[in-house]
Design a protein around this ligand. Structure first.
Ligand code: PEP
Length: 247
């Protein structure tokens, strides 16, 4: 069976002092993690976190990556730059980036391609809004978002991680039930199977108010291979409980 992946997304939270304490507390409580663990930190703290996580079992993730390779793109950070700081995963197409920064399916697909080109695993986020769910469009929306990434990345699609994050569940305390999440994961798995003979090894994460109390039941679903964790990743004990539930 494939190892599960628990990835934290700190979003725009943290400080030098808070990051130091959080990572030291997580590392102190981490007993031989039997799943993969990563933390997605704000870009300015990559160097700090790289040093704190050196020779540990926790991998570093960025929260974004530029769609460009380099040059006149003020404020952007390239895959090659992220790689220099030991970044192993890049969160791509998070709903907050799609919503507040106008990232289209095509931009997200190119970002995934840039990550793969630098040896960084993209964690591609897909998910429907509440209006889309209520209109019965969930399957159609997530398939459209994933199709762009498949189209741009061809056979390399087997190297990505996909995170299903219903927008209405992110940061709201409303979680998809395990059955609702599994239903969408099965749709995504079928789409990946049609695109790649290696679809079984693609990790499908669930994200959206996953916490210490609900992680085990979500992670028990057949097509849920891990979690992308926002709020609960900022509390060492909660993050550790989720990691333990993924063992
Ligand atoms: C996220 O930001 O990817 C996320 C899932 O956030 P939360 O866990 O806080 O809902």
């Amino acid at each position: 069976m494939m190892k599960k992946l628990i990835a934290g997304n700190w979003k725009m939270n943290g400080s030098l002092a808070a990051n130091d304490k959080l990572l030291k507390d997580i590392l102190a409580g981490l007993s031989q993690a039997s799943c993969q663990v990563a933390v997605g930190v704000p870009a300015v703290y990559l160097a700090q976190c790289q040093a704190l996580l050196a020779s540990t079992e926790i991998d570093l993730a960025s929260q974004d990556i530029s769609a460009h390779e380099g040059g006149a793109y003020t404020g952007e950070i390239s895959g090659a730059m992220l790689k220099e700081f030991g970044v192993r995963f890049a969160i791509v197409g998070h709903s907050e980036r799609r919503q507040y920064h106008g990232e289209t399916d095509e931009v997200v697909a190119v970002k995934a391609q840039r990550a793969l080109g630098c040896g960084i695993t993209p964690i591609v986020c897909v998910g429907e809004t509440l209006t889309e769910r209520e209109a019965g469009q969930t399957g159609e929306v997530v398939k459209r978002q994933l199709a762009a990434v498949i189209h741009t990345n061809g056979h390399c699609i087997s190297e990505v991680v996909v995170a299903y994050e219903p927008v209405w569940a992110i940061g709201t305390g409303k979680t998809a039930t395990p059955e609702m999440a599994q239903q969408v994961h099965a749709v995504l798995r079928a789409q990946l199977k049609a695109a790649s003979e290696h679809a079984d090894r693609i990790k499908l994460l669930y994200g959206g108010s996953m916490n210490a109390a609900n992680a085990a039941s979500l992670l028990a679903q057949p097509d849920i291979d891990g979690g992308l964790i926002g709020g609960a990743a900022l509390k060492a004990q909660d993050f550790l409980t989720i990691i333990a539930a993924a063992a």
